[in-house]
Design a binder for this molecule. Sequence first.
Ligand code: AMP
Length: 228
Amino acid sequence: MNVILLGPPGSGKGTQARRLAAALGLVQLSTGDMLRARVAAGDEIGRQAKAIMDRGQLVPDDIIIRMIALRMAEFDCRNGVVLDGFPRTVAQARALDRMFEERGLRLDRVVVIEVDEAALVERIAGRFSCATCGAGYHESFNRPRTDGVCDACGGTRFIRRDDDRRETVRARLGAYRNETAPIIPYYQDKGLLRRIDGMAPIEGVARQIAAAIGPAPAEAARPAGRVG
Ligand code: AMP
């Protein structure tokens, strides 16, 4: 099963993609995470991307498409992927179609996580994550059970993203509206799109995504009553 989670920054794509990948045994592919790893490593792509990301703009298509094509060619991706943060432009969506086609695979579903824009800046400005395992938290909505200790791994160091500052968030929302939202009709025309309410609590959003995706194709094809 290959799924895209689409939605503006702060809509919970990363959190939901991580859960979905774990639940269905898929590989989570986040171009934002890949770029941040390149920035941390200080390689050529990281150096080019850092300033663009800090302004809240989109990294050029050719860089992103090359990066994701290399990752998609790896063996583990054959079993299915959850894409989070990619594609973000119509050109990227077309390139993704070609990647699936070349490998004899197909995209099964695109889930749009709809959120109230007014809530987004608050959501994003309050978020932080565990420096050790990446688990995500929020100052108001989702604090660790014990202050200062990660629920998932017990880590005690937390980080905030450089581009989660209010001014940058506004630029990122603008990029979403102008450059990413046009891919919604692109997938709607292909009949792949489902919209869900991203303002629900995390569990509720996860349930809606599961319902929007439906059973895995192999299960759907299995005659009723048969097990295994
Ligand atoms: P994210 O973690 O998905 O919010 O991405 C963080 C930043 O990385 C974005 O604001 C962009 O600057 C850059 N980025 C991530 N994915 C893409 C993409 N598919 N196309 C262009 N830029 C991207």
